[in-house]
Design a protein around this ligand. Structure first.
Ligand code: MTE
Ligand code: MO
Length: 569
């Protein structure tokens, strides 16, 4: 006798997807934590990010970042952006798991399957998995295991996922029935659909939470904490008394950012939403293409070449005015001139193509490399190997350009016969990415009001000004409707590091607005200093410009009374 049972519809399929996709994600996560296996859900997101229109992704991330910051989760813009990317990546993978499972149910409903086998479920897992693997495994740079191992592990998980979905379909479509001995009526036995989903969902949720929790607690850190990431700890206590400008008489106002960014706090921006790339232990730098002498140097060989060091400020082109995607540290490396002398580019060579271990690529004009011996292949931040997050073992520095022009994790350098747009240029960001002059208010130190001998009270304020490799010649501030007045400028760490400014404002009780602007030296040294671009412009495509302002209220400090009382008592 036939049951009149209806097949589970789309919605049941979606529910089963909701049930099992998180478990699939959790298993990928556990594999990553414990065995450095690929975390395909995020690698898949990276594929999407690389292949969808850049605007869409940027918009999505910007929106998420705003949300994270508004809700207090985003302390640093760069880590907020990474968190946003990861949440989007997991959400997307989850959504695809749900939708494709629903579609799988629809398809099965068209076919007269009986409770025959797991073949449909396993096939579904294989097809779903094949698509994800095809797109995501080529981007699983963080996982050092062999491609065969990546395919094997991922296949096991996807087949398991498909089998679980197929099993759930069978349970929902053909519940166990009992035929009543006397009447011959068919009666469903055991649990109904709702109960089934609740039970299976509960079990899956428990496994997911326990598994992910264990992975987070016990698993080794992938990428972020690898042995090559040695820089951070050593530098946190950088000895600022030995800085080249230690004797400068302009003391930063309280609350100004550190002049030298601790390496562990250096901002991080890259196109990997998951782990950091895995760098081979026997890394060498292949230099190929239009050169007389191809080369393949080890890091030691590069470090044996004449080196140069400089304090450098680097900023992301997507740093908003007063954003946190800007840092200053001491870079050490070998001038690209040294490389050119050794490899001897041929006549036809016009540019070099630099590719990173994340497949990020950027082209640099050979003429620029020839004319600017400050361009370097850098291997140290603050006298220590580059942290993995900032480009270990080697990255390039090109003065006066935003970070998008400075590839990390260099895998190869090739001399080619034509310049081409690199990764971000192809996504309609600036071709040259020349740094705009900007100035920022870090602090209005209303808690550090002090009085001079005449009893005049002052509020120290300060921040940074930076114009790439162009010198900062002046900084001016304007309080409310007052005139623009000159701030003091501290001698910078170098001609390519930000300048710290300070202004001590004669205290006036009330609410106020302060604005800041800077001047850069004329590059040719011919004319007067040039005012920074004051027009408010967003980051895309050429980097943000505009005047930074800050609102503050000045209240007569009460401490003096308090202190006096304390002394009496
Ligand atoms: N290989 C690689 N290099 C890269 C990137 C990247 O995604 N991959 N991002 C660039 C961008 S946009 C910036 S702002 C800087 C950031 O360097 P940091 O992470 O060390 O601060 O790296 C640049 N170099
Ligand atoms: Mo950037």
């Amino acid at each position: 006798m036939e049951t009149t049972n209806q097949r589970p519809n789309l919605l049941w399929g979606a529910l089963v997807g909701v049930t099992f996709t998180p478990l699939l994600i959790a298993l990928f996560y556990i594999g990553e934590r414990f065995a450095s296996l690929p975390f395909l859900p995020l690698n898949f997101f990276d594929w999407i990010a690389r292949n969808l229109p850049g605007e869409l992704i940027t918009f999505g991330i910007d929106t998420m970042v705003d949300l994270l910051i508004a809700t207090g989760f985003g302390e640093n813009l760069d880590s907020a952006a990474k968190t946003a990317e990861r949440l989007m990546g997991l959400g997307l993978f989850f959504g695809i798991g749900v939708v494709s499972t629903a579609i799988f149910f629809l398809i099965l409903n068209q076919i007269d399957w009986r409770k025959v086998s797991y073949i449909p479920g396993i096939s579904y897992g294989l097809i779903f998995g094949a698509v994800i693997m095809l797109l995501a495994i080529p981007l699983s740079f963080a996982s050092p295991v062999s491609p065969a191992m990546k395919v094997l592990w991922s296949s096991i998980l996807f087949v398991g996922f498909g089998a679980a979905v197929g099993w759930a379909y069978n349970q929902l479509a053909f519940p166990a029935v009992a035929i009543k001995p006397k009447t011959g009526d068919v009666e469903p036995q055991g649990i109904d659909r709702r109960e089934f989903i609740v039970r299976v969902g509960g079990a899956s949720a428990t496994l997911t939470v326990v598994g992910a929790g264990l992975g987070a607690l016990l698993g080794g850190e992938v990428g972020e904490g690898s042995p090559t990431n040695s820089g951070g700890e050593n530098i946190a206590a950088a000895n600022t008394s030995e800085l080249p400008n230690a004797h400068s008489d302009v003391i930063p106002a309280p609350g100004t950012r550190p002049e030298l960014t601790p390496v562990a706090d250096h901002y991080r921006i890259d196109i990997l939403s998951g782990g950091l790339p895995s760098i081979p232990e026997d890394w060498t730098l292949p230099i190929t293409g239009l050169v007389a002498n191809e080369a393949d140097w080890s890091l030691e060989e590069l470090m044996d070449m004449p080196s140069q060091s400089e304090y450098l400020t680097m900023s992301c082109i997507s740093n908003r005015i007063a954003g946190s995607l800007i840092s200053t540290t001491k870079w050490t490396g070998v001038s690209f001139k040294e490389i050119l002398e050794r490899v001897e580019p041929s006549e036809e060579a016009m540019a070099v193509k630099i590719v990173g271990y994340d497949d990020f690529d950027e082209y640099v004009d050979l003429e620029l490399l020839r004319n600017d011996d400050r361009i370097m292949l850098a291997y140290h931040f603050d006298d220590q190997p580059l942290p993995l997050r900032n480009g270990f073992p080697l990255r390039i520095h090109i003065p006066n350009r935003y970070g998008m022009k400075q590839p990390k994790w260099i895998r190869s350098i090739e001399f080619v016969d034509a310049w081409e747009p690199g990764y971000w240029v192809r996504r309609s960001w600036s071709r040259d990415a020349i740094v705009n002059a900007t100035s920022v208010i870090d602090t209005v130190a209303t808690d550090d009001v002090y009085s001079d001998d005449d009893g005049q009270m002052f509020v120290p304020m300060g921040g940074i000004a930076w114009a790439g490799d162009r010198a900062i010649t002046a900084v001016e501030v304007k309080i409310d409707d007052g005139d623009w007045v000159a701030a003091e400028i501290r001698e910078p760490l170098s001609g390519r590091a930000w300048s710290i400014w300070r202004y001590d404002w004669a205290f006036e009780e009330g609410n106020h607005t302060v604005q800041v602007r800077t001047y850069e030296a004329d590059p040719e040294g011919q004319s007067d200093p040039v005012l920074q671009p004051t027009e408010t412009r967003g980051t895309r495509p050429d980097g943000a410009t505009g005047i930074h302002s800050s609102i503050f209220s000045a209240i007569v400090p009460e401490e003096e009374e308090g202190e006096a009382e304390a002394l009496e008592g």
